[in-house]
Design a protein around this ligand. Structure first.
Ligand code: GTP
Ligand code: MG
Length: 230
């Protein structure tokens, strides 16, 4: 008999191949955050903590709201450093979530697209981050944060293409939805989807979020739980 949380009909997230498609969960009780603590910072893959736990990482342009999203998901104000000045997060910051059984790691990555000279043919993002994403075996999914107020940005599309070429499972989180009307958000999300589908057969899972209103919190946590148990 199938338990109500059985997602056997949905594709597993990461089995033999990193290219396995990701799907949105349907029903799963909300994941409870019982603890959330800063674990360590790393300058790159070699200084990361041991890779034995399921890991999820936040990436996106500087100032898009990566650190704020971590605080919103964990309901810990000030856990990840938030700043109105772009480029605040410089290191790979690891947070241990739900210590004990069911523990997992959340990683705040440095933003891309800030204070770097534009390079012609490749996405302008941190080399250490690229090496981390390519080499971190326990990384189950990268959340790519997109500012919901903006038209599709070349740098985000380039980064998604780069992830796709590496078969790295990823999901999109459209941030700061509290800053505009749902109609305006929907229009930008649709434009983004359209831009992606120009070269992609399948779109990644997609979430709308606000660190102010906590919109998207339940869905993102459910997705994390589903990914860990797939
Ligand atoms: P870097 O570490 O510099 O790459 O930035 P980041 O992506 O971690 O962004 P951060 O979380 O520091 O947020 C940047 C600014 O946006 C801060 O002033 C936040 O308060 C604000 N912000 C982030 N998320 C939201 C949101 O959902 N709604 C609103 N209104 N403001 C937000
Ligand atoms: Mg940050």
């Amino acid at each position: 008999m199938q338990a109500f949380w059985d997602f056997s009909e949905t594709a597993p997230v990461r089995t033999e191949s990193r290219s396995t498609p990701l799907r949105n969960p349907h029903v799963l009780p909300d994941m409870k955050i019982t603890s959330a603590e800063f674990l360590t910072s790393a300058t790159g893959l070699r200084s990361c903590p041991r890779g034995e736990l399921p890991e999820f990482a936040m990436i996106g342009r500087s100032n898009v709201g990566k650190s704020s999203l971590i605080n919103m998901l964990t309901e810990r104000r000030g856990l990840a450093k938030v700043s109105a000045t772009p480029g605040k997060t410089r290191l790979l910051n690891f947070f241990a979530i739900n210590q004990g059984r069911g523990q997992w790691l959340l990683v705040d990555l440095p933003g891309y697209g800030y204070a770097k000279i534009a390079q012609e043919k490749r996405a302008d993002f941190n080399e250490a981050v690229a090496v981390y994403i390519e080499g971190r075996e326990n990384l189950l999914c990268v959340f790519v944060l997109i500012d919901s107020r903006l038209e599709p940005q070349r740098i985000d599309l380039d980064f998604l293409q780069w992830l796709g070429e590496r078969d790295m499972p990823h999901a999109l989180v459209f941030t700061k939805t509290d800053k505009q009307s749902p109609t305006a958000t929907r229009a930008n999300v649709d434009r983004f989807k359209q831009a992606l589908s120009a070269w992609r057969a399948e779109l990644p899972p997609l979430f709308l979020s606000s660190s102010e209103t906590k919109a998207g919190r339940g869905e993102i946590l459910r997705f994390i739980e589903q990914t860990m148990t797939a």
